[in-house]
Structures are given as C-alpha cells and as structure tokens.
Write a protein that binds this ligand. Structure first.
Ligand code: MN
Length: 134
C-alpha cells in the first residue's frame, strides 16, 4: 500500500479508462474521486482539493489543457500536481503540457503501472506550504 489515504481526482470521460486507473489506485491505497468532463473536474478539484489530479486532455465542455491552466492560476489548487493524459499524442503536446503547468505527462495508451508510478513520483513532492514553513 502506497496511497496512505491520499486522494487522486481522475478527470476522464472514458469509462473503461476510469475503471482501469481507479482500480489500480484503490488497490494501492489511494482514495479516488472521478469527474467526467472539464466543468466537473474544475468544480471537484476546487471543492475536494485532491492530492493529485490525473487529467485526460480530451474531455467535454472544457479541455484538459484549459482546466489545468485555470487550476494552476487558483491559489487553492496551484500546488496540486497534475498528470496530463493524451491520446493520439501530437508533436508539441509535451511542451504544451509544461506550458500550462502540468507536472507529468503520459501518452495513451498508458499501462496502469506507468500511471501508478507517475502518481507515486509526484504525489510526495508537492505539498501546500504551511504557515511557518521555511
Ligand atoms: Mn477523453
């Protein structure tokens, strides 16, 4: 168990992918929250302040680039690591991911273990700055 009750928000419109990612994350001790489009993803991120967000880029209403950029400009959510998931990766996607503030980037189809490894790599890194922290 590596999750220790950390919460990962999965923003993904494809049900099969949501099941695959949430299953492996729950198996490793993470709490999982799910959103099916950009508006729900934005709302849940702000309300639930997850420890990490898995962000499909191709989602309805507001795309994953835009949602990430907005969350990175919000004080409450700017510290939350975001892993972008892109299908049909285009040249320049990785650069775009970094531009909008994504912390990690995976091209679909991605192995569940690769997703887990990236979550574990990033989730221990970023923490909200507590008052009095140097
Ligand atoms: Mn999608």
């Amino acid at each position: 168990m590596t999750g220790r009750d950390r919460t990962v928000l999965i923003v993904e419109d494809n049900e099969d992918n949501r099941i695959v990612y949430s299953t492996i994350l729950r198996h490793h001790g993470f709490r999982v929250s799910e959103a099916l489009d950009g508006e729900e993803g934005m709302a849940k991120a702000l309300r639930e302040l997850p420890d990490l967000i898995l962000m499909d880029i191709s989602i309805p209403l507001i795309d994953g680039w835009e949602v990430t950029q907005r969350l990175k400009h919000e004080h409450a959510t700017s510290h939350i690591p975001v892993i972008a998931l892109t299908a049909h990766a285009m040249p320049g996607d990785r650069e775009r991911a970094m531009e909008v503030g994504c912390d990690g980037y995976l091209a679909k189809p991605c192995e569940p273990r690769a997703v887990l490894a990236e979550v574990n790599r990033l989730i221990n890194r970023a923490r909200p700055v507590a008052p009095g922290d140097a």
